[in-house]
Design a protein around this ligand. Sequence first.
Ligand SMILES: C=CC1=C(C)c2cc3[nH]c(cc4nc(cc5[nH]c(cc1n2)c(C)c5CCC(=O)O)C(CCC(=O)O)=C4C)c(C)c3C=C
Ligand SMILES: [Fe+2]
Ligand SMILES: [Fe+2]
Length: 365
Amino acid sequence: MSKKALNFKHGNSTKAAVVLVNLGTPDAPTAQALRPYLKQFLSDTRVVEIPRFVWWFILNGIIIPFRAKKSAAKYASIWTNEGSPLKVHTVNQATLLRGYLGERGHQVDVIPAMSYGNPALTDVLEQLQQNGTKRILILPAYPQYSGTTTASVFDAVFDFYKKERNIPELRLVKNYHDHDGYILALKKSILKHWEQHQRAGHLVMSFHGVPKRTLLLGDQYHCECYKTARLVAESLGLKDNEYTVTFQSRFGKAEWLQPYTQPTIEAMGKNGTSRVDVICPGFTSDCLETLEEINMEVREAFLLAGGKEYYYIPCLNEDPEWIRGLAQITESHLSGWPTSAEALRQQQEQAAVSVARAKLFGAPN
Ligand SMILES: C=CC1=C(C)c2cc3[nH]c(cc4nc(cc5[nH]c(cc1n2)c(C)c5CCC(=O)O)C(CCC(=O)O)=C4C)c(C)c3C=C
Ligand SMILES: [Fe+2]
Ligand SMILES: [Fe+2]
């Protein structure tokens, strides 16, 4: 239990906060910055389920020394003047979401946070605790629930409050893989791409992979990816043979969810598919896995295999249609909380009356 002073004041009323949590990214595209990031990420028992003793040696003896350098070079190829794309887009989404919800009459703070790296989720929760924020909605940036990502965000939240005496009202968004606003945003981004480049080619929907073992143990991620893909395809009027679902970013030697993205697209190139359009619906912000792996590595593999045209359709990022969808998802989870100016004013007024009565009658408020 934390020994620090609790920031509790009688009659204290605050806005609710929405914490938009993404995976995280290194602070710089260098091996030095990659080491602590990879160490934090890959030490998470939700991400790697290998027994700790064995994994400690593999992580510190092989993965960190070799992967940090290799990954740093990849990050350098996508880094922008403002920093890592994942962080830039997540921060922008939080700002836009706050503005959009404000226009719809919700006075809430929207704060970006990361599971690994900065701005750290625990620092954000600490700040909210200091502010005396009473209501917090945790909104992971993952439409599809996975034990490796969403549950890891929830773990961090539970761990944080385990040491606190005064816990705010908490709500957790588990998933939104089939939410109308999310599917509509994906549909419109594909239609926009087709308007610019004609409706042609085979559509590949590539999702981040996870070990196949997690599916066999009951993780619903695989089903949610397929449902998202089916709903997007239906919204576009695509037949089953006009799109393919694949899984990317395999890590290590174990079997992951199949079909794997790169071999599938390479085979398409070899077998005479001249054009592919690739979208990554599971990523709401462009990042290393989309900009480098899908837009560079897989592109090259497809063209080398004989394919002629390769299009990468960007993530939803700051797309206004996506901000609208995200606001709808958020709004449904804020339901019943005092977020309007009027509700906050009434709450403040009641608190003031209660403090005044206590003073007058010398009773607790
Ligand atoms: C070790 C296993 C990994 C699992 C399981 C995993 C699941 C998973 N990851 C994302 C989203 C992202 N992953 C990103 C990078 C990344 N992922 C892994 C490993 C696993 N991911 C590593 C080692 C890395 C770091 C980069 C590298 O060295 O290859 C990113 C991009 C971050 C960025 O800075 O741009 C995202 C996003 C999901 C959605 C997911 C399971 C569903
Ligand atoms: Fe990953
Ligand atoms: Fe399934």
